[in-house]
Design a protein. Structure first.
Ligand SMILES: C[S@@+](CC[C@H](N)C(=O)[O-])C[C@H]1O[C@@H](n2cnc3c(N)ncnc32)[C@H](O)[C@@H]1O
Length: 286
């Protein structure tokens, strides 16, 4: 796979990859998430493409949508699953408030919670879905281990997320802003958590024409099947981040502003790609 292999430890949270920063970031972003930010990176075609490997054919399957936000991925899930069997969890009450306003999601259970510490019993759900949230988790391996724990044996997890760019300027901003995992990192995290049949499917807006070097805020859908009952065989130490620990407000503000500026680059990239799609003749890559 044509991805850069520069050393880039996942456990070194970038701006907005801290839970408190992500919390405030989504207080800001939730105002225009569905109207402005989401359609650039994450549209209905991509959603259906990304959810396809999750095998959601049986309406009675019990599904959790972790980092479910305003419920956009959930709307894809309830195309086949009965809403009463779906739980949306998110750490942002502002995002969840938008989900609660959607008539179609009225029968879903909507709860606040942390992806790295799920309030669900072991072996309790058939499908675990998380779309566009892993990039904010300070410890993605822990979140994937949680996905494994809560699934029933032979249950399936699907994590949809960004891919790391190869273009130097995109790498610079990706390293500043939040986590852009490499494809091989996703696979490694799934396998370490204990999943079998781990598969990665590439996704992206159609106007990208498959180009991936600028990085994709939603670029792949990774699935894995739980092997047997119980917790993940992976042993981890205590959580990387204590959200109750006080933070220096000046450091917090500076990190928040820098992270938001870096995020702005990834608002411009899809606009650039959209323009390129209009001017570069069909069949040619850019
Ligand atoms: C880009 S939005 C994706 C929302 C939704 N899944 C969708 O498809 O549009 C990312 C969401 O992840 C949530 N999030 C970030 N970190 C989280 C965590 N540790 N636990 C739960 N949710 C988290 C954010 O609050 C935000 O709503």
């Amino acid at each position: 796979m044509a991805f850069s292999t520069s050393p880039r430890p996942a456990l070194q949270p970038r701006f907005i990859q801290h839970k408190k920063e992500a919390f405030w970031f989504y207080q800001l972003v939730s105002v225009a998430y569905d109207q402005i930010f989401k359609p650039q990176h994450w549209n209905e075609d991509m959603r259906d493409d990304a959810l396809e490997p999750t095998d959601l054919r049986d309406p009675e399957l019990k599904v959790v949508d972790v980092g479910g936000g305003t419920g956009f991925a959930t709307l894809g899930i309830i195309k086949s699953i009965h809403p009463k069997n779906v739980t949306i969890l998110d750490q942002s009450p502002h995002q969840l408030a938008k989900a609660k306003q959607r008539e179609a999601l009225k029968e879903c259970t909507i709860i606040e919670g942390d992806a790295e510490d799920l309030p669900f019993p072991t072996d309790s759900v058939d499908r675990y879905v998380s779309a566009g949230s892993i990039e904010y988790w300070p410890d993605p391996q822990r979140g994937i281990k949680e996905a494994y724990r809560v699934l029933k044996p032979e249950g399936l997890a699907c994590i949809i997320g960004p891919v790391y760019p190869t273009f130097w300027l995109s790498c610079f901003f990706a390293d500043l802003w939040m986590l852009f995992p490499k494809e091989e990192e996703y696979i490694e995290w799934f396998e370490k958590a204990g999943f079998k049949d781990v598969k990665l499917k590439r996704i992206g807006p159609n106007w990208y024409r498959g180009a991936r070097r600028f990085g994709l805020v939603i670029g792949c859908s990774v699935t894995g099947v739980k092997r047997g009952s119980g917790d993940s065989p992976l042993q981890l130490g205590p959580k990387a981040e204590d959200v109750n620990k006080p933070v220096n407000p000046f450091v917090f503000l500076l990190r928040f502003i820098l992270g938001t500026i870096a995020a702005a680059y990834y608002v411009l990239v899809p606009i650039y790609m959209w323009v390129m799609d209009k001017i570069v003749p069909e069949g040619q890559a850019f």
